[in-house]
Design a protein around this ligand. Structure first.
Ligand code: 5GP
Length: 187
């Protein structure tokens, strides 16, 4: 696959990446989400093939062996990865893939020579992030939330790897900023 331009959005768990990306794709028709894969269980409302490709750990490991992922990582005891096919499908439509992936995945793609725009989303402050993680409508345990919060703090140290930072204080403002960056630097 020739290395075309991609839009990467990362940021700590609970920072609001999904909401921002959902708004962005409604406004920017040149950008299309690249559906990634995970071995974690679906959260309520999540759909296979839309939010993720939900695979078993065995399916994931087989996929790794067969070179089916452009990049992959393990997070919270589960696999997450970008299928080669998902990326190709978006390029084939003539669009820019939007990848909502973690900091290690982003670093791997950069190291592999994937050009484009890499954006890091920041919370307005730590308290807001904690609050959002607790509020999240999911079955995650307190222990899980604690793990995600400590991981979030570690993830913040990767922000220097990115081309741009956007603070998610007000959703419309943050979306507009991502849109402006995209139009100026990606398309
Ligand atoms: P969640 O379990 O909350 O959906 O996602 C946890 C983390 O995994 C998020 O930071 C998300 O961006 C990241 N993630 C999702 N898909 C991929 C992927 O394909 N590769 C990598 N490296 N990270 C991913």
């Amino acid at each position: 696959m020739s290395k075309k331009r991609i839009l990467v959005i990362s940021g700590p768990s609970g920072v609001g990446k999904t909401t921002l990306c959902d708004h962005l794709i409604r406004k920017e028709h040149t950008v299309k989400p690249c559906v990634t894969a995970t071995s974690r269980s679906p959260r309520p409302g999540e759909k296979h093939g839309k939010d993720y490709f939900f695979l078993t750990k065995k399916e994931f490991k087989d996929g790794i062996k067969r070179g089916k992922f452009v990049e992959f990582t393990t997070l919270f005891g589960n696999y997450y990865g970008t299928p080669v096919e998902s990326l190709r499908a978006v390029f084939d439509e003539g669009k820019y893939p939007l990848l909502k992936i973690d900091v290690k995945g982003a670093r791997n793609l950069k190291n592999k020579g994937y050009k484009g725009v890499y954006i890091f989303i920041l919370p307005p402050d730590e308290e807001t992030l904690k609050h959002r993680l607790i509020q999240r409508k999911s079955k995650e345990s307190k222990e899980e939330i604690k793990k995600r919060l400590s991981r979030a703090k570690r993830e913040m140290t990767y922000r220097k790897d990115y081309d741009f930072e956007v603070v998610n204080d007000k959703i419309p403002r943050a979306v507009r900023q991502i849109q402006d960056i995209t139009r100026e630097h990606l398309c």
